[in-house]
Design a protein around this ligand. Structure first.
Ligand code: PEP
Ligand code: MG
Length: 766
């Protein structure tokens, strides 16, 4: 095996950018950077030849690629292909020569380092990161591996990850032949990073000569996975000057586990708000970034780590998003008015461009692909998987608090709702841009405006603001818990269980009928537990089921849901659980499991109560299920004028908190259906009638020592937040994207009140 292309193993310092077909994009770029003298941790690559040899010598290739012949637009087929292909790779034994070569290379690496080294084992696909396509994050990486056998196992897992569903989907859509994409695996000394992050050597959307650095504590995992809000520094490349710094609240970090693998833990209190990078580190990184950009002749997306005072570069690839207007973001340029084709309600901020896909029926959902604009009469809960992948959503019906609006805000997908006629005016394949903040749909692709040059002159540093009024976050999907926690919110003011239940695909009563209650309770325990752990010890108020009958009918076993003329006024909320007690008991058993696990930060919130007897009955059933009233937060949502006006009777019944569900409180006070786009102009959460009810309840609760909060959409409005602070509310729970604006508004309102008090009564007043 003298020819390098025949080798199973090559050392990183022996390769360069010409070796993509041998060591993949990542390996070639690391070798290239080592060769121009940049600080890159040493290691070797298990070559693409080794992978190809594995396929040939074990004769699994034909079978493997046959598994991939599926329609990738069908989720089920794609999942099946993934399962079969990965399973085949993992269960096929590695041939002897490859096995021995990996073991011996790892031992040599240990010898070079003078100890048994911990390594990062990273996939490097041979078609990776071409200028027009980023395969970023599609294949696996295993950090902190040690011991020859474990390294071999990790290599095998990297090979298998070439057949992850998302990778199969992406290759198919980008026109790559599966059998022509091989994989190399990089085994590289792991730097025990104390700080890590990413760096764009030019602005990632406008291409301006500005370096953007994101930094967080610990290994790079938290930044790359989006699990933490990193510090953000902007540097003017020409002037070599830091022009903006945003210091975020960094709640979690990933660190090496002494026994291998990586663990996530809370950032120590004193480092949460602290600036991660020193000024000289920022400038040194920028300089390295410029060397890399110059060397490659194109802006780069670089991953870096720092241990002690040494910077290491662990990855560099071309930025693939510059001038790509389909990226969602803010700041669209002023378009000429004739380009506007449709208007509605701006329900989820951001700009999204793509081809229209009209979905008339749930069976057509697979049509809406990544990067498309999903257009439909009104979204339903079963559309959530598509709502995650598309670039934007447009609906005929709905208002700010309809299902489509709530879900798309949480998923971060731009949305315009209540356009009345989107499905008539738009046509499949038409290219449009939506502005989810202003509620406008434009024809074609609208380019984002370049930020003004003046911005360079400003040096802005933002620290997390501490407010007396707590600012919490609403959440519906457990997989977004880390993202929600990264906002630094003071807890979860509303965790809706409906989406967890809908994602089980089977109606709760079907679980009961089939004698599978334990399975249902287990799933609820797991999903709620995920959120409770991400926020522990901050409070997480979980709302018991509040699903209108129409939303559950399409689930397996949901056929018995009653047909109601007006589901909004129907069998939902606590009234449903109190007549379908078996379901309520299952929820309570899940809560009991969580309390038994020590997740005492979980609180229970009852929706749509209108009479104190409902609270009384619910408490009785809780006691029957072994829950100890008084050991956890128990509260109700104030969503009906009846409840608001008789709040004293509820207080008498005994409760720890109330939370305003203004989405419902508004519709029931003003007689305006929150889902009806025709009357959306009348829907006003700040109507004097609604505000009076809120103020009245806060006053009564304050006197009785009951905590007050809000979790309706109104809590995400900075203007409403100001009013609520003036009323004396204890906490405000808003959408993930609104937490920081609301916090700012709360702080301003609190300071205004202190200032007014001093002005009126002198400094002794505070
Ligand atoms: C509300 O009514 O304000 C609320 C938060 O609950 P939902 O939107 O789920 O009805
Ligand atoms: Mg409600």
């Amino acid at each position: 095996m003298n020819n390098v292309n025949d080798m199973n193993i090559v050392w990183l310092n022996d390769v360069n950018s010409g070796d993509v077909s041998l060591v993949g994009g990542k390996g070639a770029s690391l070798g290239e950077m080592i060769n121009i003298g940049l600080p890159v941790p040493g290691g070797f690559a298990v070559t693409a030849t080794a992978f190809r040899r594995f396929l040939d010598e074990t004769q699994i290739a034909d079978k493997l690629f046959k598994f991939l012949e599926v329609n990738v637009d069908h989720d089920k087929e794609l999942k099946k292909a993934e399962k079969e292909a990965k399973g085949l790779v993992l269960s096929t034994e590695m041939t002897d020569d490859i096995y021995k070569d990996i073991i011996s290379a790892y031992k040599d690496l240990c010898k070079q380092e003078g100890k048994e080294v911990f390594v990062a084992v990273r996939s490097s696909a041979t078609a990776e990161d071409l200028p027009g396509a980023s395969f970023a994050g599609q294949q696996e990486t295993f950090l902190n591996i040690s011991g020859a056998e474990d390294v071999v196992l990790a290599v095998k897992k990297c090979w298998a990850s070439l057949y992850e569903g998302r990778a199969i989907f992406y290759r198919e859509k980008q026109g790559f032949d599966h059998s022509s994409v091989d994989i190399s695996v990089i085994v590289q000394v792991l730097v025990d990073a104390k700080k890590a992050g990413v760096m764009f050597t030019s602005h990632p959307s406008t291409g301006e000569p500005k370096t953007i650095i994101e930094a967080a504590w610990g290994l790079g995992e938290s930044v790359v996975s989006g699990g933490v809000s990193p510090d953000n520094y902007v540097i003017n490349n020409k002037a070599k000057k830091i022009i903006e710094k945003v210091i975020s609240s960094k709640e979690v970090m990933h660190i090496r586990d002494e026994n291998g693998g990586v663990i996530k833990e809370a950032v120590p209190e004193e480092r949460k708000e602290k600036q991660v990078l020193l000024e000289n580190e920022i400038l040194n990184l920028t300089e390295i970034g410029q060397i890399i950009e110059e060397h490659y002749g194109a802006p780069q997306d670089v991953e870096w780590v720092i241990n002690g005072n040494k910077i290491y570069i662990v990855q560099s690839r071309p930025i693939t998003t510059i001038n790509n207007a389909s990226e969602s973001g803010v700041g669209a340029s002023e378009e000429s008015p004739e380009e506007i084709i449709l208007e509605g309600i701006g329900a989820s901020p951001g700009i999204g461009s793509g081809g229209v896909k009209i979905i008339n029926d749930i069976s057509e959902l697979d049509k809406a692909l990544e990067g498309d604009i999903l257009v439909t009469k009104m979204t339903t809960p079963d559309m959530v998987p598509a709502m995650r992948r598309v670039a934007g959503i447009i609906t005929n019906e709905g208002g700010l608090t309809c299902h489509a609006a709530i879900v798309s805000r949480e998923l971060g997908t731009p949305a315009v709702v209540g356009t009345k006629k989107a499905t008539k005016i738009l046509e499949d394949g038409m290219v449009v841009t939506i502005n989810g903040k202003r509620g406008i749909v434009y024809k074609g692709i609208i380019k984002k405006a370049a930020p003004s040059e003046d911005a360079d002159q400003v040096v802005a540093t933002r620290q997390k603001i501490i407010t007396a009024t707590e600012v919490k976050v609403n959440i519906d999907f457990p997989d977004l818990a880390d993202k929600a926690a990264a906002t630094g919110a003071d807890g979860v003011g509303l965790l809706r269980v409906e989406h967890m239940i809908l994602s089980l695909k089977k109606h709760p009563n079907a679980f009961i009928k089939e004698g599978k209650s334990a399975e249902y309770i287990g799933a609820l325990t797991k999903d709620i537990g995920e959120v409770a752990e991400a926020f522990y010890p901050k409070p997480v108020w979980v709302r018991t089921l509040d699903a209108p009958t129409d939303e559950f009918r399409s689930m397996e076993g949901g056929i018995d849901e009653p047909e109601e003329d007006n589901p909004m006024l129907g069998w939902r909320g606590i009234r449903r659980d109190l007549t379908d007690v078996e379901h309520f008991r299952m929820e309570l058993r899940a809560f009991k499991n969580l309390f038994d696990k020590g997740l005492t930060n979980v609180g229970i919130m009852l929706p749509l109560v209108q009479h104190p007897s409902e609270l009384r009955q619910a408490k009785r059933i809780m006691v029957e299920e072994g829950l100890k009233i008084g050991t956890f937060d128990l509260g109700i949502m104030v969503e009906t004028p009846g409840c608001a006006l008789t709040i004293e009777d509820f207080i008498e019944e005994g409760l720890d908190f109330i939370s305003f569900g203004t989405n419902d409180l508004t519709q029931y006070t003003l007689a305006v259906d929150r889902n009806n786009g025709n009357i959306a102009h009348l829907y006003n959460e700040q109507h004097k009638g609604v505000l009076k009810l809120i103020e009245y309840v806060i006053q009564k609760c304050k006197r009785a020592g009951v905590k007050t909060s809000i979790c309706g959409q109104a809590g995400s409005s900075p203007e409403m937040a100001r009013k609520l602070v003036e009323f004396g509310i204890d906490s405000i729970s808003s959408n993930i994207d609104a937490v920081s604006d609301v916090r700012e508004s709360v702080a301003r309102a609190e300071q205004r009140m202190i200032l007014d008090s001093v002005r009126n009564n002198g400094p002794d007043a505070i």
